[in-house]
Design a protein around this ligand. Sequence first.
Ligand code: ADP
Length: 800
Amino acid sequence: MAPALSRGLPNASLASLPSSSSSFSLRNGNKVLSLRSSFVPQNGLRRGFSCGGLNWKLEKRNNRVSIRCEAAVAEKEADETSGEQFEYQAEVSRLLDLIVHSLYSHKEVFLRELVSNASDALDKLRFLSVTEPALLGDAGDLEIRIKPDPDNGTITITDTGIGMTKEELIDCLGTIAQSGTSKFLKALKENKDLGADNGLIGQFGVGFYSAFLVAEKVVVSTKSPRSDKQYVWESVADSSSYMIREETDPEKLLRRGTQITLYLREDDKYEFAEPTRIQNLVKNYSQFVSFPIYTWQEKSRTIEVEEEEPPKEGEEAKPDEEKKKKTTTKTEKYWDWELANETKPIWMRSTKEVEKEDYQEFYKKTFNEFLDPLAYTHFTTEGEVEFRSVLYIPGMGPLNNEDVINPKTKNIRLYVKRVFISDDFDGELFPRYLSFVKGVVDSDDLPLNVSREILQESRVVRIMRKRLVRKTFDMIQELSESENKEDYKKFWENFGRFLKLGCIEDSGNHKRITPLLRFHTSKSEEELTSLDNYVENMGENQNAIYYLATDSLQSAKSAPFLEKLVQKDIEVLYLIEPIDEVAIQNLQTYKEKKFVDISKEDLELGDEDEVKERETKQEYNLLCDWIKQQLGDKVAKVQVSKRLSSSPCVLVSGKFGWSANMERLMKAQALGDTSSLEFMRGRRILEINPGHPIVKDLNAACKNAPDSADAKRAVDLLYDTALISSGFTPDSPAELGNKIYEMMAMALGGRWGRLEEEEEEATESSEDGSTESSAVEPMVAEAEVVEPSEVRAESDPWNE
Ligand code: ADP
């Protein structure tokens, strides 16, 4: 810095003048130099005036106000190098470090990112100028120009967009607040081990900073219509800071917008300063930018030149007027701007004109996506409200679950008469559960200065929303019917839970949502099946759609509730995701068939034999009463089951109570209301299977030995076990554990000929109170007792 400054101040004189609290001294020019290097302004105040061909500058730092005078010619050079220095935000430094040292092989993405920023800046200007036409002024067309310079190894991208004020420069190019880049950092955090070279740079884009993939120095010169000054931002790769200075060179002044110059790295010069390469990249990356992009190209043209015919031999040279002239054509090389992109937006074109690949490219460019979309639809609506739209189903789901609940996804870009208005919606154009859909919507029926309030209240928007939703369902429906089954499978994996949310939130669209739902069932455990399939396969007598909600496929498959249904060949839907049960309860019916939870009371399977039922009921009446007596308030009643075949009993929920699954979810979500949990518990019903030996034994006990302690213990254990196998959680798992040990001990009771002494020892120790007293003998493992001394004798290193 110092040498440059000394160049800038050949005859400088510096005066320090009194300010309210400063001390002053007048110094001579040479002494100034050492001082100058220390006052590279950080946040210094700069004012100046010109007088007599000299520029006088007023500077204030650390309570010293200095006036310096510089020769006007020197000013230019000085300004190029001096400026305020700013430190990058820590995240930016980290990001830059990653970018600069990245081995990422598709460095050309820098162009896509910079062109996309330029296009955003133009969009923003166009939008703001609707209400503030003065912003446009007479600063020319909205366009982007890209000029590669192979001789100097630079590439310059200029837009006539909104530009940046000095504050915006600091905010935008020194910190990270924006979507793409912060998404990248987030993904990087999640993929820590993979580092920066695994394609994430290309997938997410690192915005402006991607310039440093190819440049060793970047200079951004920008003029906002809101500021009368133009500022230059400058930084080199591998630096933790950047400089900002004011542009004063009249030749470099922009009327409006931003000019970014990349000084390419030695290795990248050849490739990215080459005009045809740049032209191809722009064609490839930016064909959907809706502003013209011109690139600087070498062209050739044929021109006609008149040549004098040389005098023939022997002829004398004629005077000028008489000379014969001949016209020939010549090819001349020249440089000029060439339009590189098609600017008619894709949604304005006819569907016949646009290829599938174009739609996919448009999607990837517009939404910064890596994968092709799963499906798309392009349509125009006419009539009451007219608009055009292209909608997409993304190729993958949101990276984190948050997006299911957060409808602010910036997935829909709204245009009014081709002017980009906003992508910041909160359910106005799409319901929350369809917030995963991406696309563009362009309407002529909305005012250009449409605000959020207008959007929320507009009838036009309500109609648009309805149509968009319907078109989205058509698109999903089509995908579900597509020959390629994998596509819908992928869709369901990624977005199934969104549709289930739709069952809860949009009862008006149940008819459209339900055919799209997919479930595992007792007959289709591996492959997912649709409700249509289910209904088609129903038996003649079946008039309900049966379901069971559990926490996993595994526990659904082995649940006791299923036994009779499986025996009778009735299919049962397995609801294994937390949202499933609530979703199904909201639907209530499908094709006039009621959804029935097989874990609740009053299960009708449609083939009841009433006489037989009454008989069994009577036969087991006494047993049921006896068990109910034992269990007291734990259950509302005990009854003979119609749903069991191999388990002795099952605990079912009351008709209007929570299923075991719901209880589990409620507890997990800590929705707080334990009083209703208590109430639900009291509504459970214990169903017994009269065909099971345990129940038969108990039936005998209740008649022959109703007071037997063993029988009572068995009832207790039966209840606890039913609780677990039915999906509930026992109140005291430890107590239940003890009961099981007790029963095991009884069952095993010396079956393998336990040693007498051990038995005695056990009794002794229980007598002297050194172990917990127990009515039953503890199980003793048949382990060989090894004396500590023996162990040591075998493997004591000290003895070896
Ligand atoms: P993103 O594009 O994701 O917002 P970038 O790092 O690419 O992040 O850019 C940061 C910000 O810098 C932009 O949001 C924008 O405000 C500003 N910016 C970048 N390029 C330009 C430009 N050509 N004209 C005006 N502002 C720009």
